[in-house]
Design a protein. Structure first.
Length: 345
């Protein structure tokens, strides 16, 4: 992989809405800090679209000031800075224009220090951060700021159903009330790890959510896999849906200069699935360039048996490569075509 990290985000408006109440931003500072923010404007309050936009933009504005002001500090950024940043964001959201008074928003934010592979993060409300480690473990890093409240009718009487009190989940912590509470958290973000920031409209969209985000993790084309999933969710959306994904592509061990000599058994437990696909693709490509039938066949067998599946575009490029190199070994070409069939299923 040429990039040391990949980042991609997308927001999708609920079908019957004119404006999306979610917003996201990401920005790199000093080629060292990667900052990601996702916000969800509270739909029952005014101007949800402006609340989320203000929350994200103000966060990025203030954190940029913090990082630049601390330029003489080796770390440039401390966890407690998040408290001060969020206080300023809360003030900004609380001081909304008259037409949007009372607007509110959730927020999840993550700050990755690329030099230390350390991640600072916070959440306010019910937007979430998930981490997917290179061994396919999914961890929800944040806890929702919600509690169940009793539902009452317009006269203040409790609403009952089947003899039980009707309840709904309510947010206990949001931006826009001038009293936001923030608990900074941190952890490692190592080679092969992925984090996913999402609004409730995304993670509540499907009962297969965890399986779906593993597919994102396994895909070599992050942009395509995220876009396809959100498009698939469109028919099931009951709210605006937003997701922002960051992957750490760095390989933190030495590889042979001759990529055909990459040892699958040695690397398979050291990298994420998306990195493994890329490395085995490079091994196969190099073996074709060297016209090494044995290594190419061995590589194809591993990729087929262990579902190490490159994208259709990558496999098409291998077919073109065999033509360009006048490499007419039918068993190799058939092996690539078999992988294409698996990808297209």
């Amino acid at each position: 992989m040429n990039n040391q990290f990949d980042v991609f985000g997308i927001a999708q408006t609920k079908k019957d809405k004119s404006k999306c109440g979610d917003y996201f931003l990401h920005k790199t500072f000093q080629d060292k800090f990667i900052v990601l923010v996702v916000a969800d404007g509270v739909g029952s309050r005014p101007c949800d679209w402006l609340a989320s936009k203000t929350t994200c933009e103000k966060f990025i504005e203030v954190i940029e000031e913090k990082i630049n002001d601390n330029c003489d500090n080796h770390d440039n950024f401390e966890a407690n800075d998040l408290i001060d940043i969020c206080t300023k964001v809360d003030t900004s959201v609380s001081n909304a224009p008259d037409t949007c008074k009372g607007m509110m928003s959730t927020l999840v934010a993550a700050v990755w220090n690329r030099e230390t592979n350390f991640l600072h993060f916070i959440n306010v409300g019910d937007s979430r951060i998930y981490k997917i480690s290179k061994d396919n473990q999914i961890t929800q890093l944040t806890s929702d700021d919600i509690k169940d409240v009793n539902v009452r009718d317009k006269n203040g009487k409790l609403i009952l159903s089947g003899g039980y009190t009707v309840t709904r989940s309510g947010l206990t912590n949001v931006f826009g009330l001038s009293n936001v509470k923030v608990v900074p958290q941190n952890g490692e973000f190592n080679s092969g790890d992925t984090i996913l920031l999402a609004t409730d409209g995304f993670y509540n969209c499907s009962s297969t959510f965890k399986h779906d985000i593993l597919n994102i993790f396994h895909s070599v084309n992050l942009n395509e896999s995220v876009s396809k999933l959100l498009h698939y969710y469109q028919d099931y959306q009951t709210d605006d849906a937003t997701v922002l994904v960051l992957r750490n592509n760095i390989i933190d061990f030495d590889l042979p200069k001759n990529k055909s000599q990459i040892d699958y058994s040695e690397i398979k437990n050291k990298v994420g699935k998306f990195q493994l696909i890329d490395l085995m693709y490079e091994k196969l490509k190099e073996s074709i360039l060297q016209k090494n039938k044995n290594i190419a066949l061995e590589t194809l067998k591993i990729m087929e048996n262990d579902l190490i599946l490159p994208s259709r575009e990558m496999l098409d490029d291998l077919i073109l490569l065999t033509q360009k190199e006048n490499y007419t070994e039918n068993t190799i070409i058939r092996g690539i075509v078999n992988l294409i069939r698996k990808v297209m299923r």
